[in-house]
Design a protein around this ligand. Structure first.
Ligand SMILES: [Zn+2]
Length: 344
């Protein structure tokens, strides 16, 4: 089986340490490159932790229920509706979950889904039961878009949970994108998978899972149809957790049980993040809408944070302008820390 394009080298920085009589101090870090994703990360081997859970009260004060477009008071008045050719009721509904067009779209088909009327839901209360209808209503929308036969090929379910992750509204909500073309990053994954298969190596994702499982470094667990792993070269300062659906080459191959399995795994990861003082994350699930044998439905979770006391962003010039991520979370350690959450 062909090895994956994971490259790393260790580099050492040196300085005279003011906290130790200006004796020379050496600090090691790894420069990693993942040829599948094209992501470069610098893994700082001196791990720092979030010592205190950031206060969420100030977010709640600035964003009360009375001003929230997704709370029952303003929901009917302020949220957009679909044209009747898409759905006659104007919005998709599953129980207390609704899906409707994004008022600030950046794609032709860009929608928002709320889980429930609850304005603020702490991370440890994002249970599979709470999330279920929100994800299902996204599925209903994808089915409708496919049924309309307009040639859409790619869809994604995305989540900015809380402001440090780009969430503009406290009220938990998902965003979906349905398009003719993949986004830039998904295009990269597709190209890597096509190139790998084209060189007679087989399915990239199958081999990735086999090799990562054998290596026992970043493979968290398999929960049945989903493999959970930490990324070799994370896309975020807080690390990155990946999930890959075995042999599922289109969104429409996912069953209710598969979605339930995903939500169970996500809630375990949220428990870990909550106990480690994170209050924010991004999630994306990427899926073809037409079977693509080279691609398996998959997604990523990245914890997000701000550094107090200034509320400093976790994205700086290095990520923004050099396209490399500084990551003080060692992926192999993150994997070991997450494993117990999947065993209980
Ligand atoms: Zn609200």
């Amino acid at each position: 089986m062909k090895k994956l394009g994971f490259k790393k080298e260790t580099t050492v920085g040196r300085y005279l340490d003011p906290f130790n009589n200006f004796q020379e101090k050496q600090v090691s870090f790894e420069v990693r490159y993942d040829d599948i994703t094209g992501v470069s990360s610098r893994i700082l081997l001196y791990r720092s932790r979030m010592s205190l859970k950031p206060e969420v009260d100030s977010y709640l004060e600035k964003s009360p229920e009375s001003l929230c477009p997704f709370c029952p008071g303003l929901f009917e008045k302020l949220t957009p509706k679909f044209t009747p050719d898409i759905i006659s009721e104007g919005r998709f509904q599953r129980g207390q979950s609704y899906l409707f067009p994004n008022a600030f779209p950046y794609d032709q088909n860009h929608s928002v889904a709320i889980f429930s009327p609850r304005h603020f839901v702490p991370m440890n209360e994002l249970t599979p039961g709470f999330m279920q209808n929100g994800f299902k209503v996204c599925g209903d929308y994808f089915h409708r878009m496919a049924q309309m036969n307009l040639g859409y090929k790619y869809c994604s379910i995305n989540w900015n949970y809380m402001p440090p992750a780009g969430g503009g509204v406290i009220h938990p909500h998902l965003q979906t994108v349905v398009g003719l073309k993949p986004t830039n990053y998904v295009q990269r994954l597709l190209e890597s998978a096509q190139k790998y298969a084209g060189n007679a190596n087989g399915n990239l994702w199958r081999n990735l899972i086999v090799l990562e499982k054998e290596a026992q470094e970043r493979f968290i667990t398999s929960t049945g149809s989903i493999s959970w792993l930490t990324s070799f070269a994370p896309k975020s300062m807080g690390g990155e957790i990946d999930f890959i659906f075995q042999e599922k080459s289109s969104f429409f191959e996912l069953t209710e049980a598969n979605i339930a399995e995903l939500l169970s795994g996500l809630s375990r990861i949220f428990s870990y993040l909550h106990l480690n003082n994170f209050i924010s994350f991004n999630i994306s699930l990427y899926a073809p809408m037409i079977n693509d044998n080279n691609f398996w439905v998959q997604g990523k979770i990245v914890p997000r944070f701000v550094v107090n006391p200034l509320g400093t962003s976790d994205i700086n010039y290095f990520e923004k302008l050099h396209n490399e991520i500084i990551c003080p979370v060692v992926p192999e350690e993150l994997c070991r820390e997450l494993q117990p959450y999947f065993n209980s």
